[in-house]
Design a protein around this ligand. Structure first.
Ligand code: KG4
Ligand code: ZN
Length: 380
């Protein structure tokens, strides 16, 4: 079953200008199979003509997390039909496309190969340019599609696989200010949920229970708080939550709610502290660019940006520091094909495309020049 479909083709198809580019975007880097068609006008305005996401959550639920081999097979099973439907919903055929874009990394290599190989086949047969998109770049550029927001802006990207603070300087230009030393933030939510028997994916369940709980009952650690570099670490928090749950076992409903609320309070305070630090670095390092009248803006994206407590805290922080706070619509914060198509359109507008032998990459940092974060196991 398709879990999401929005933006019908009709209103766009009739008044589409000749020079608008039409890009098909394919996303298969994790546990969502997604295909979308997006337009970009010569002036840089974007519109979504179709956007379909098929979640694999049911296939992975029994395992409490994403199983790479199951994910790759599930992408193979649905991708062709999903692409056909995305084109049909947009009211176009392959021949109408200007280009085809697919996520080439970072992500689970089996899934990436499914999407990228499919895009290569379409590009080859229909003689269209191919754009191999960095999944993180797609998240980073989404505000351009959804709100016409242009760089520079500060980006907090928080999902099941990534936790990064980046300065988006321009298309293809990113400076990573902070990353996680261990778990991604979404992973910390998912592991907390699993520990409490709340199922998978855990973020929404933890957030919901947190609303009923007392966030001051347990004083969980605020990892990295106060450190000068705006990096993150969630392993210690996860361990503290586990130890508390074990000490209290058997847990009653109140215990569960209070653990969720206390965990969420620790997360919100930690992330707010890290973003505050990133803002200070951003303001100092980009003093000249920001002094030229560019508005200061913080964008929050990735699945965890759906967390209302976190969004409220970030919004308050932005108000206090004179930033505009922007969060794309939730469906476009989490993984989707429209963001891949849009990143492809943006790169195409810069004259970029990729050869048909371009490879999928499990790791693909947006800012390869970023100094490694202290500690082992830093994610790209
Ligand atoms: O971006 P996303 O849909 O997929 C990737 O990981 O790329 O993010 C999914 C993550 C999961 O870890 C999920 O538990 C978390 O986002 N999440 C939330 C909330 N909604 C989703 N975490 C906290 N609060 C939420 N409301
Ligand atoms: Zn993502």
């Amino acid at each position: 079953m398709l879990t999401m479909a929005f933006e019908s083709n009709e209103k766009h198809a009739t008044n589409r200008a000749e020079r608008d580019v039409l890009v098909l975007g394919i996303e298969t880097s994790c546990d969502e199979t997604a295909a979308a068609v997006v337009t970009r006008s010569a002036a840089g305005a974007g519109a979504i003509l179709s956007n379909l996401v098929r979640s694999q959550v049911e296939a992975h639920r029994a395992f409490g997390g994403v199983v790479p081999e199951i994910a790759a097979r599930a992408h193979v099973e649905v991708l062709d039909r999903l692409i056909a439907r995305a084109l049909a919903d947009a009211g176009i055929g392959f021949a109408d496309l200007t280009a085809v874009a697919a996520t080439a990394g970072p992500g689970l290599i089996g899934g990436l190969m499914v999407g990228l190989t499919t895009a290569k086949a379409i590009a080859l047969v229909h003689e269209k340019p191919l754009i191999a998109v960095n999944h993180l770049e797609a998240h980073a550029l989404t505000p351009g599609l959804t709100a016409g927001l242009r760089p520079p802006y500060l980006l907090l990207l928080v999902s099941g696989g990534h936790t990064q603070l980046l300065v988006v300087e321009g298309v293809g230009r990113y400076a990573r200010l902070g990353t996680t030393l261990d778990d991604a933030l979404g992973e910390a939510f998912d592991k907390t949920a699993r520990l409490l028997g709340l199922g998978y994916p855990g973020g929404p369940a933890v957030a919901q229970l947190a609303r009923e709980g007392d966030g001051t009952r347990f004083s969980f650690p605020r990892p990295m708080r106060g450190r000068p570099e705006p990096h993150f670490s969630f392993a210690g928090l996860k361990t503290a939550v586990r130890q508390k749950a074990e000490a209290l076992a058997p847990l009653n409903a109140r215990d569960r709610a209070d653990i969720c609320a206390s965990f969420e309070a620790a997360v919100v305070e930690t992330v707010t502290d890290r973003v505050t630090r990133a803002m200070a670095i951003y303001e100092k390092r980009y003093e000249k660019a920001l002094g030229d009248g560019a508005a200061r803006c913080l964008v929050a994206s990735g699945g965890v940006a759906a967390n209302e407590a976190l969004a409220a805290a970030l919004s308050a922080l932005c108000r206090a520091r004179g930033y505009h706070f922007y969060r794309p619509p939730i469906a476009l914060c989490s993984d989707n094909g429209a963001m891949i198509a849009w990143a492809g359109a943006e790169r195409l507008a810069q004259g970029c495309s990729d050869p048909l032998d371009v490879r999928a990459r499990a790791r693909w940092p947006l800012d390869p020049a970023a100094a490694p974060a202290i500690g082992a196991g830093v994610k790209a």
